[in-house]
Design a protein around this ligand. Structure first.
Ligand code: AMP
Ligand code: MG
Length: 495
């Protein structure tokens, strides 16, 4: 295990040509202090857990101290935002300190978010507010706990600086950790600038470091695009199964590794609502919960467009044909992941034609009866196969329990068809139906406490969300849906 000073920086991205980034140092927070550290991520980096105790920890990750071997930079990218092409974005408030290699040879990007202005800041102040930093810190751990691919975060550092959003807030920094921060938009920027040499260099970089198994392929770019399509399809289906809504699925927020990236106005479903819009700034519901799957494909088609010169430089038509065939893989992959995941959530072992109908009719009655999505599935684990008179806890969730009774009859018949065993079913269902998700009201309560200097909720949530399938009886309250009649919290792009 290493000290902060012993972290092994390898800085691979900084070896790419200068037109891939802008070199820039973090602008420190005033009086940076550590608010929370994620021991599991420190472990990933091979960082000794005692390092957290040193005052230098907050100074390094608050931008005040510079790692000797680091070569900080802001990455260039562009993107389609809410369907509109924006020719240049880039890290406007995040700075890649460099890549760090741990003792087992794994390499991780260390990216400091909220690190001050960069040449890509446009009108922004380069800062991130404490509120949004806490949300990202908690949610990336929650997603990881749910088994959903995501960036991680090492720590949260607070400062005294005031920043202006709708109101005055305090600034913070988050140290984001990921194998890579390359986005769909990182490719798009070179495609639309006709910089095909750089486009190829970026693809080669991604293959060499992140898709090494494709390095010897005769069609590496074709295979890379195929894998990104398949990974993204699986990711998007996993979001849907977890009831997760990203909120800002712009192509600059889509990871080339198929990770959940850039937590802004995300939201988990409380009551099931197919058309749920978590982002208050999303007036037309472009990124509504039930549109995510199709937006994923739309985003991938933007990426595929940027890949055309790589697929066939001389024959545009042939390239487009290849891209089209690859994009056709998306829907079956999404459907397969979703159907498999939904079967697991329902405790079904076999595959039957009518399963889709069974899950769809369930979602319909959950919506109709305003039933909490996560709580329903968790309680369903305990359904007594042979005794409908014990359904009280499930029936209570429904405005009209008769809807549940009708569905439960077909569910029991379906379970009987595969000779489902009570005990075994329960054992299989609990590890896929979380008891804890990062509900908005929980995040909000943790934020309000932290703004008053009390990080106890952050600490407790980090423990619970890391293992959300466990019971954690001492944290029962965190498993509860928002109180009935409480107003929906408004979350916008402002962060
Ligand atoms: P996001 O919506 O957070 O994914 O950000 C979209 C773009 O705006 C990215 O290029 C960000 O770096 C940039 N951006 C967002 N907030 C700020 C800020 N406060 N200062 C500078 N750039 C920002
Ligand atoms: Mg972004």
């Amino acid at each position: 295990m290493s000290t902060l000073e012993q972290l092994q920086f390898v800085n691979r991205f900084a070896r790419l040509p200068e037109d891939f980034y802008a070199r820039v140092d973090p602008d420190p927070l005033s009086d940076p202090h550590l608010l929370h550290c994620n021991a599991a991520v420190a472990d990933l980096l091979g960082l000794d857990s005692c390092e957290v105790q040193r005052p230098q920890f907050a100074q390094y990750f608050g931008g005040l101290l510079k790692f000797r071997q680091a070569e900080p930079l802001a990455m260039l990218y562009a993107g389609h935002q809410f369907g509109h092409w924006v020719p240049q974005l880039g890290d406007g408030r995040a700075i890649l300190l460099g890549e760090v290699q741990n003792q087992s040879g794994e390499v991780w990007d260390l990216q400091l978010k909220g690190a001050g202005q960069t040449p890509f800041s446009r009108d922004g102040d380069g800062r991130a507010v404490l509120r949004s930093s806490i949300r990202e810190y908690l949610c990336s751990e929650a997603m990881h706990g749910l088994g959903i691919p995501t960036t991680r975060a090492l720590c949260l550092v607070g400062g005294q600086d005031e920043v202006y959003r709708e109101q005055i807030e305090t600034a913070a920094m988050l140290l984001r950790v990921s194998p890579s921060h390359v986005r769909f938009g990182s490719f798009e920027v070179f495609y639309y600038r006709n910089q095909f040499r750089q486009l190829r260099q970026l693809a080669d970089f991604v293959i060499q470091h992140h898709y090494a198994h494709l390095a010897d392929s005769k069609t590496p770019y074709h295979d890379l695009l195929r894998e990104v399509i398949e990974r993204s399809a699986r990711l998007l289906a996993q979001w849907q199964l977890a009831g997760f809504s990203h909120g800002v699925m712009n192509t600059d927020n889509m990871s080339i590794l198929g990770l959940t990236l850039d937590y802004g106005p995300f939201g988990f479903l409380d009551n099931y609502e197919a058309g749920f819009i978590c982002n208050h700034s999303d007036h037309h519901g472009r990124y509504a919960f039930d549109r995510q799957a199709s937006v994923g494909l739309w985003n991938l088609s933007c990426l595929a467009q940027a890949f055309l010169p790589l697929l066939d430089e001389d024959n545009g038509e042939a390239a487009a044909e290849q891209a089209g065939a690859l994009l056709d893989l998306y829907e079956p992959q999404w459907l397969d992941t979703y159907a498999t995941g939904m079967r697991a959530k329902l405790g079904l072992q076999q595959k039957h034609e009518e399963d889709q109908q069974l899950s769809q009719s369930l979602l319909n009655i959950l919506q109709l009866n305003q039933v909490d999505y996560t709580q329903f599935f968790r309680r369903l684990c305990d359904l007594d196969l042979n005794n409908p008179t014990r359904d009280t806890e499930l029936r209570q969730l429904f405005n009209d329990p008769v809807d549940f009774d009708a569905w439960a009859r077909s569910y029991r018949a379906r379970l009987e068809r595969e000779n489902s065993q009570q005990h075994k079913r329960q054992k299989n269902m609990q590890p896929v139906n979380p008891k804890f998700i990062l509900r908005n009201y929980l995040a909000q309560a943790a934020i309000e406490k932290a703004q008053r200097g009390d990080v106890s909720d952050i600490d407790a949530l980090m423990q619970v969300l890391a293992t959300p399938f466990d019971e954690h009886p001492e944290y029962e309250a965190f498993s509860q849906p928002p109180a009935q009649g409480s107003p929906r919290l408004v979350v916008s792009c402002s962060s």
